[in-house]
Design a protein around this ligand. Structure first.
Ligand code: SF4
Ligand code: SF4
Ligand code: SF4
Length: 284
């Protein structure tokens, strides 16, 4: 059997033909003992070759992302992969050589789920990723049971608070506690798995949450409320171009002297950074 194979249909349905034509024993000869056969994944995100793939169970993430997917574009580093659809978990570099099967994915805090596989590079903010998936599941919550209806809303509020630079360390424990409660009390699979992206990103990328909360800094500069735009006085030539372009009059200074940005006025539009011919303006 070829290692990869594209289908236009659902990968699980595509298995049926092979099982009928060649038999269950042939199918079970692929994959691992506890997870026999193959699985289709929708490989997407920061990977050179995106698309539907089918691999034997037990194939490693490294083989999928780097051999089949061709690696990360633009020479960037691999950071994480979110597996299993919107309720799947975020795995880190330490999982690249883990064989993909039902047991190891569950142990790592992810799941095969719908077979979604979103690859993320070094520029991805994991707090924003967790917020994105929580927003999705919160919108999908039908509202029938309180843990999912209210719990996902509270988790989303906390993530928003962290992204806006208003988070506190206790929020991390609250997120974990809420996720655990929802998992054990929600009525259906949507609620039971809703916390996975948050819990797994907290487990493997906790430093990034702490940077947002304690340092009020987004390491990837994704969360705009935590980014500050500054002029380096050593590089600034005092040409005034940036101050003439700033839409809110946040930049001031004297010609041929270093200019300054008023952080309270700056709306982080980035126009000054693009305009400065001396690379004196940067995000910190
Ligand atoms: S867990 Fe299921 S039933 Fe309960 S609110 Fe969420 S989607 Fe509805
Ligand atoms: S455009 Fe650059 S060099 Fe000119 S004043 Fe602004 S920061 Fe300084
Ligand atoms: S980022 Fe925009 S608003 Fe802020 S100082 Fe530069 S030009 Fe002005």
């Amino acid at each position: 059997m070829e290692k990869t194979h594209c289908y236009k249909q659902c990968g699980d349905l595509a298995n049926v033909r092979h099982i009928i034509m060649k038999g269950a024993d042939w199918y079970r000869s692929h994959g691992t003992e506890n997870s026999p056969g193959t699985k289709a994944f929708a490989l997407s995100g920061n990977v050179k070759n995106t698309g539907l793939i089918e691999v034997p169970m037990g194939t490693t993430l490294r083989e999928i992302i780097f051999d089949i997917g061709g690696g990360i574009p633009g020479g960037k580093k691999f950071k994480a992969v979110q597996i299993g659809g919107p309720s799947g978990g975020c795995l880190a570099e330490e999982h690249l050589d883990m064989p993909l099967d039902f047991d190891s994915l569950t142990d790592a805090g992810a799941m095969i789920g719908s077979g979604g596989m979103v690859v993320m590079d070094e520029d991805t903010c994991m707090v924003s990723v967790a917020r994105f998936f929580m927003n999705f599941t919160q919108n999908e919550s039908c509202g029938k049971c309180i843990p999912c209806r209210e719990g996902t809303k509270r988790m989303l509020q906390i993530l928003d608070k962290i992204i806006e630079g208003k988070g506190e360390m206790e929020d991390l424990y609250l997120l974990e506690e809420l996720a655990d409660t929802i998992t054990h009390t929600a009525l259906c699979g949507l609620g039971k798995t809703a916390g996975n992206p948050v819990v797994s990103s907290l487990k493997y990328f906790r430093d990034e949450y702490i940077a947002h909360i304690v340092d009020k800094r987004c390491p990837t500069k994704t969360c705009t409320k935590l980014v500050t735009i500054e002029i380096d006085p050593d590089l600034c030539k005092g040409c005034s171009k940036c101050s003439r372009l700033c839409p809110v009059g946040a930049i001031s200074g004297k010609i041929k002297e270093a200019f300054k940005i008023d952080k309270d006025k700056c709306i982080k539009c980035g126009a000054c950074m693009e305009a400065c011919a001396f690379g004196a303006i940067r995000e910190v």
